[in-house]
Design a protein around this ligand. Structure first.
Ligand code: BGC
Length: 377
C-alpha cells in the first residue's frame, strides 16, 4: 500500500488526524459535452447532501454536465433512476448504492453500453461492471469507535466492568459489517475477559443491525433493549452506535426509557449537525468524521482519468494532496477484488470540533456554541 505524503493540512489532536485537502482545484477544460450520472442513496442525512454538493461542484467546475439523483433509500427507485441515466447516455456512473446487492442487473446494461461505473463510499456487490471504488477505510471507522471506548473506560488498566450495547448499520450496505467488525475486534478481548458485559447478549452483527440506518428503527430497538434488560436499574455504560443517525435514535430512546443515574458513552460517525449539537450538550461522546469534500476530490480524480481513457493505478495517490491509500486486496464484491482508493477517518469530540471549522466545512453559530454547515464551501 502506498500513501500519499503530501497533505495541504494535517492537524493532530486527541489522537486523531483531520485531513483538509482544499478540494477546489478548478481545472476548467475541454470536458464540455461529457456527462456524469451521480446516484446518492438519500437526501435525509446531512452527509449525502454534502457529498452530492461537493461532487457536483467538482465535476461542473471542470466543465462536465452532472445528473445528481437521490433515491430516498429505495433500491427499486435507485435502479430506475440509474437506468434513466444510462438511457440518457451519461459517460460515467458514480453510485453510492442504497442496496449494494441489487444493482447487478442494471449495471450489466451499463457495461453493455460501455459506461464505466465507480462505486462511491459503498461497495457494489456481484458485478463485473464496477471499475473502481472510492471510500474511507471502513474498518478503521469502527476501530476508532472501539478504541475511543477502550480509552475512555481505561480498559487496559483497573478491574471495573462496564455494560455495553451495540447498534450497527444497514445489512444492505456493505460498509455496515466493516464498521461493526472494526469496533468489535478492538473490544472483543475485553468482552472475553469480562471487563465489558453485554446484558442483552446481542453480540452479532445480525442481532444489532438497523435496516436503512433508520433513526426511528434504532430508537425502537434501543427502547426494546432498555425495557427488557435495564428496567431493573442496571446501568448502561456504552452504546456503540455505528453512525450518527443510529446514535440519534439511541439517544432519543435513552431520554425516554432509561432510568440509570449515569449517561452512557455514545459513539457515532459522520459529523451530522444534530449530532455535533448532541456532542456539545453531552448526549453523544464522539463522532468519526469523514471529510466528504476530500472523498469527492479523490473520486473526481479517479473518474477524470477514466473519462480521459487513462487507467487509474496506485500512482494516482502520489499526485493527490490528500492522505489516501490504494488497495486492491481488501474489497471483494463477490466476483472480484475491486481496486479501491481509501481515505482516513478521524475522531471528533467536544474538545477538537474547531478542526471542522479549520477545514472550512462547518462554522460556529452566532452564539459560538454549536456548529452548522458552512454556506460557502
Ligand atoms: C456511510 C456512512 C453513513 C451511512 C448511513 C454508510 O455507507 O459510509 O457515512 O452514516 O452509510 O447513511
Amino acid at each position: 500500500m502506498k500513501r500519499a505524503i503530501a497533505m495541504l493540512m494535517a492537524v493532530t489532536l486527541a489522537g486523531s488526524v483531520v485531513s483538509c485537502g482544499n478540494g477546489k482545484k478548478n481545472d476548467k477544460n475541454a470536458n464540455s459535452g461529457k456527462s456524469v450520472g451521480i446516484a446518492m442513496p438519500t437526501s435525509t442525512l446531512d452527509r449525502w447532501n454534502s457529498d452530492g454538493k461537493f461532487l457536483q461542484y467538482r465535476f461542473e467546475s471542470a466543465g462536465f454536465d452532472v445528473d445528481l439523483i437521490y433515491s430516498e433509500n429505495d433500491a427499486t427507485r435507485q435502479n430506475n433512476d440509474i437506468l434513466a441515466m444510462i438511457n440518457k447516455g451519461v459517460d460515467l456512473l458514480l453510485i453510492a448504492a442504497v442496496d449494494g446487492t441489487k444493482l447487478s442487473g442494471t449495471l450489466e446494461t451499463a457495461k453493455e453500453k460501455g459506461i464505466p461505473v465507480v462505486a462511491y463510499d459503498r461497495l457494489i456487490m456481484d458485478t463485473h461492471a464496477l471499475t473502481y471504488y472510492v471510500s474511507f477505510d471502513n474498518r478503521a471507522v469502527g476501530r476508532l469507535q472501539g478504541e475511543f471506548v477502550r480509552d475512555q473506560l481505561a480498559l487496559d488498566s483497573g478491574s471495573d466492568s462496564y455494560n455495553i450495547e451495540f447498534v450497527a448499520g444497514d445489512p444492505a450496505d456493505n460498509n455496515a459489517k466493516y464498521f461493526y467488525d472494526g469496533a468489535y475486534d478492538v473490544l472483543e478481548p475485553y468482552i472475553e475477559s469480562g471487563r465489558l458485559v453485554i446484558p442483552s447478549g446481542k453480540d452479532s452483527f445480525d442481532q444489532v443491525a438497523t435496516p436503512e440506518w433508520s433513526m426511528d428503527k434504532a430508537k425502537a430497538n434501543m427502547k426494546d433493549t432498555l425495557a427488557k434488560y435495564y428496567s431493573n436499574g442496571t446501568q448502561l455504560d456504552v452504546v456503540l452506535c455505528a453512525n450518527d443517525s443510529t446514535a440519534l435514535g439511541a439517544a432519543q430512546a435513552l431520554n425516554i426509557v432509561y432510568n440509570g443515574k449515569n449517561y452512557p458513552i455514545i459513539t457515532g460517525q459522520d459529523g451530522d449537525v444534530a449530532n455535533l449539537k448532541n456532542i456539545v450538550d453531552g448526549k453523544q461522546a464522539m463522532t468519526v468524521y469523514k471529510n466528504v469534500r476530500d472523498e469527492a476530490s479523490v473520486t473526481y480524480e479517479v473518474c477524470k482519468m477514466i473519462l480521459d481513457g487513462e487507467i487509474p493505478t496506485s500512482k494516482l495517490v502520489e499526485k493527490l494532496p490528500i492522505d489516501v491509500s490504494f488497495d486492491s486486496e481488501s474489497y471483494n464484491n463477490g466476483v472480484k477484488y475491486v481496486q479501491s482508493y481509501l481515505l482516513l477517518p478521524s475522531v471528533i469530540t467536544k474538545d477538537n470540533m474547531q478542526l471542522l471549522v479549520d477545514c472550512g466545512l462547518y462554522e460556529w453559530d452566532s452564539a459560538h456554541k454549536y456548529l452548522e454547515l458552512t454556506k460557502t464551501s
